[in-house]
Design a protein. Structure first.
Length: 621
């Protein structure tokens, strides 16, 4: 299944024009420069520049709506939100406490403002929520003298509220979350929540709410919305609730799976099973409040007060991609996917379940940068950095002082044509290449003959190359972990060494025999090698997240050999404390690779080495 591509520039026409802007004398606009563009489009300030940023609503146009929740703070990012999304949910502004804090005293100012913004930008307006146990003022259930209202009183209050609120936006609301979070667990059993709605009116309060909402706005899609809707026990209770309502002819049109998930739970299979179960009732499925916390529910630590390390950004990107692959699998029954917030800075998870603890659950970080998670869902079937490179460039050419000569996306280029647009290879002294990509210069115009290949960030002799090359290819190598499941030998504890290449992040090769340690892998064939990674003592997911510190291997190197006897060091790491180390190297050829560790920890008295995974990335032509 392929997604609709939007904003993807033609390899030559647009990028050559961008190059012309760079070399024309004046500084290029931010849109021509990946780093500047990323910052301008989703960084500080009013977020006015969205040029080159892929539009999620267009990418998923023939699959499902893509939306977001916001308060009046949307103005911080309004252009970016309008560019990315086609559905808007007021986060709190349509809840009972906000619109009717006192009997008959309505305040629609904030809700109206959000409705106007949605309509002005062609967004579907989502109503949230009409009947809920929370953020509902006490007067709804209690008389001024403190006594509890009767069933008839509360039914009348509920009806008047729904008629007033849903009636005000009738014909403008695409969906209403009519009843929110009516199922809860008591003594290990999932039941209807013992809220005043249930205790005063009885179980049929849900039926009444849906019937009234449908009468007031018959065009609106009406949803039942709840959290933990993938938990098997709660899923089955929600299913039964919805089935009972449908059997009575109650106008329920869809289910809202809130999607307040984390890196660890629920599994993709649990999400899949929940979607299938709800859809079997003929209901439209909506993911209404999606965010991916970096903390497990029971974790109250504050490990990431200012931002996420690269390893966690990567993990979150993989998680978002995994989840969106499930959504795409079921796009025929999914109507909408909405994120709960605009940026990490505005996420409700910064205060829940742990007060004043920054979380980082959304696509845009607290400093306004598009995260790997954003790029991951641009096409969840490909690595996030491949998606980013196609839109913002895979290679940046610079002078020694950092002046940009040009930025190019993957493609095949004739240097003569580039030169005609003002691109001067002779000025280039530094090349910054996006992860997973390679730039190869060829001596002939037909991409043949002697070649010079580069990866990562490296110094190059542009003046020298300009004298001998005529074409260039920028490509994603598709490099895979060629060390996986291959034969292994080791300096010690060899029987366990296979665990370092088994693909399981929770099994390890460990030894305390004393440095130097080495682990060698026979790849079975010669490969062009472009990168490597080691997952060390603190990387196990059983620890609940990366643990950085002195117990991770400190000094180690990657060695390559054609024959398994004569070794060449191609990369070296010193003074490391990170649990996951990922490195790119200049292309090297070999059949054998070796991890050589000279200092297993940063502690002089500790000689124990732990390696969970040793990965080497390469490809063959």
């Amino acid at each position: 299944m392929r997604l609709r591509r939007t904003g993807l520039p033609q390899v030559l026409s647009l990028l050559l024009s961008l190059l012309a802007l760079v070399v024309a004398g004046a500084a290029a606009p931010a849109a021509a420069q990946p780093e500047a563009q990323d910052q301008a489009a989703a960084g500080s300030g009013p977020y006015r520049n969205t040029r080159g940023i892929p539009s999620l609503k267009e990418i998923y146009a023939d699959k499902f709506l893509i939306g977001f929740a916001t308060g009046l703070y949307y103005s911080e990012v309004e252009d970016l939100m309008a560019h990315l999304y086609n559905a808007l949910t007021p986060e709190n502004e349509m809840k009972w406490q906000s619109v009717q804090p006192a009997p008959g005293r309505f305040n629609f100012n904030a809700a109206d403002q959000l409705a106007r913004f949605a309509e002005q930008n062609g967004m579907k307006l989502i109503g949230h929520t009409l009947v809920w146990h929370s953020q509902t003022p006490l007067w709804v259930w209690q008389r001024p003298d403190g006594t509890r209202r009767t069933r008839e009183e509360l039914l009348q209050i509920m009806e008047e509220h729904i008629r007033s609120v849903a009636g005000r936006y009738a014909g403008r609301i695409y969906q209403w979350d009519v009843v929110n979070e009516a199922v809860e667990q008591y003594g290990g059993v999932w039941q209807l929540r013992r809220s005043p709605w249930l205790e005063i009116i009885g179980e049929d309060y849900i039926e009444h709410a849906f019937r009234i909402a449908h009468e007031v706005d018959p065009r609106a899609m009406l949803l039942y919305n709840d959290y933990s809707s993938t938990d098997p026990g709660k899923r089955d209770r929600i299913y039964q609730l919805l089935k009972d309502l449908l059997d009575k002819g109650v106008p329920v049109h869809g289910v809202g799976m809130q999607g307040h998930w984390n890196l660890y739970y629920p599994s993709a299979e649990q999400i899949r099973q929940a979607i299938e179960k709800y859809a079997s009732l003929g209901l439209r499925v909506n993911i209404t409040e999606l965010d991916i916390s970096v903390y497990e529910w029971s974790d109250r630590s504050n490990r990431y007060p200012t931002g996420l390390p690269e390893s966690m950004l990567e993990r979150q990107a993989e998680r978002y991609a995994e989840i969106f692959r499930v959504f795409l699998e079921y796009h025929h029954v999914i109507d909408r996917v909405s994120f709960w917030g605009t940026t990490d800075r505005r996420s409700w998870l910064n205060n829940y379940p742990q007060p004043n603890r920054p979380d980082h659950p959304l696509l845009i970080d607290r400093y306004g940068q598009l995260k790997p998670a954003f790029w991951a869902i641009v096409d969840p079937y490909r690595p996030w950095y491949v998606n980013k490179a196609e839109y913002l460039g895979a290679a940046v050419f610079e002078t020694a002082d950092g002046t940009e000569v040009g930025t190019l996306i993957p493609g095949r280029y004739q240097l003569e044509e580039l030169a005609a647009k003002g691109f001067d290879l002779a000025r280039v002294e530094r090349l910054a290449i996006e992860r997973g990509h390679m730039v190869t210069f060829y001596e002939t115009a037909d991409f043949d003959g002697e070649s010079w290949a580069y990866t990562g960030t490296t110094a190059i002799d542009g003046a020298g190359l300009a004298q001998k090359v005529r074409s260039m290819v920028i490509e994603y190598t598709g490099a895979a972990n060629v060390a996986a499941q291959r034969p292994v030998t080791a300096s010690a504890d060899e029987a366990r060494a296979v665990r370092a290449v088994d693909g399981d992040p929770n099994t390890s090769w460990s030894s305390n025999r004393g440095a130097p340690y080495w682990l060698a892998v026979d790849l079975g064939d010669e490969y062009t090698l472009t990168g490597w990674a080691v997952r060390l003592a603190g990387s196990s997911s059983l620890l609940g997240g990366p643990s950085e510190g002195p117990l991770n291997a400190a000094d180690f190197e990657l060695q390559v050999s054609r024959d398994g006897v004569n070794w060449t060091t191609v990369d070296r790491v010193e003074g490391n404390t990170q649990s996951i180390v990922e490195r790119e190297i200049q292309p090297a050829t070999g059949r054998h690779v070796r991890l050589y560790v000279s200092k297993p920890t940063s502690l002089e008295f500790n000689k124990n080495l732990v390696v969970y995974e040793f990965e080497v990335y390469g490809f063959t032509r």
